[in-house]
Design a protein around this ligand. Sequence first.
Ligand code: SF4
Length: 483
Amino acid sequence: MSPSDATGEDAGANPVTPAPLAAMPRPRRDARDGAAEPETQTASPRPGRDARDGAAELETQTASPRPPRRDARDARKASDPRPGLSGMDDKDLEKWFAAEGQPAYRARQVREAIWKVNAKDAEEILTLPAPLRAKVDEAFRVDTIIEDEVKVADNGMTEKTLHLLYDGSLIESVLMHYPARGFGGQGRPLHRERHTLCISSQAGCAVGCPFCATGELGFGRDLETAEIVDQVRHAARRLAKTGRNLTNIVFMGMGEPLLNLNRVLEAVEILADPRKFGLGARHVVISTSGVVPGIRRLTALGPQFTLAISLHAARDPLRDVLVPLNRRWPVAEVVAAARDHARVTGRRVSYEYVMISGVNDAEVDADALAKLLRGDLAHVNLIPMNPVAHTPWVASSPERVAEFAARVRHGGIGVTIRSNRGQDAGAACGQLAADKAGEPPAPAVAKRRNEIVRQSEIALQGNRSAESLPAGLAGFVGTMKPR
Ligand code: SF4
């Protein structure tokens, strides 16, 4: 599905002048598995506006009441037809300059301004003469992100950013810092310092996992290639101020990456291009909730990426509820595709598993997980769920998580227990965007909670869901019939 198909944007309308982020509706709490890493959470630093890039660091959210939820369509009143420069193909840019009577090297100058200078607007493309800069500005967006709101947590080790796009869509990225550790004999670290960025591939998500704030928001639209890579440029800009570089990128933010795979692959190609961002594709993790044709397509591309599967349940009845896409591609099909990926690429597959008390953390679940992955080139990451406002669920206790991990390990599978970073800064995927969207009407919240309880009770009795795919998701899988 193309972005315009998804949003019904009017490509001929004027560029939007959206409300500043600070003026939009405010806080609430939720959770998800996106930015999962072991860490402690502490108070975040003070607000402060960066005059150069417009990023605002805000204090941890206070308990102010949420306003009523806005209709997401309210924010989509305008569009900007200019393509984003950072997502453009070199040849297309050369053609544009040729049509303007300019030599091909102008495209190189623009590329260097975007990726080496990390320009925010046409005025920063200083290698072009001023009249040409004005023409570039008329034809393209140098930056597709209009404004950032940055929240810092974990003593500065986690930075969560809410990005405002031209049509009012809100997406999130999370920058996580990992110091060097495990120093060897000559003082060299066994594990180097890392700076990992978790990015979004869609605004909202159609999959609708009930433990995820993005899932509750629903699907907005696919991100353009430039909107994906501009999240990286924004983080790189902030890091560069302290002489640091991004080392890893994970597609675990808002959206299902394999439902916007063409653009995700274009973004990875751009990020890996040594003339552009220059990050090896091996430093990229692409996660999926189980889009089997997409996994097979990644496999055909060879050992370029690390594949992560958001599994969350090893038994179909439960996974039908936790990851509704399972009603189309059940556990066995997803794991078979991931197994083939590991066999063909020689690369270990990560399985993410959010731990939900009394739902998917029983011994029978651990045994099913170990049995499912036995003999595979696989590793399991267990992530205790953060409280989510509109579900009846809570995280498994630390003791339960440890017991579960031990049981899976006993079954021969490698396991790491992780905790969500930045819980004091809206750690969960979609939480900041959901806060801005405001509180849904109380009857809708009650209905959602009741439905989750009803469906999970059926699942825990071992019965598969009779529900069809969520409407938006059915549109994505197109002609492929739901189970
Ligand atoms: S697939 Fe979508 S709904 Fe499910 S956890 Fe990921 S972002 Fe949330």
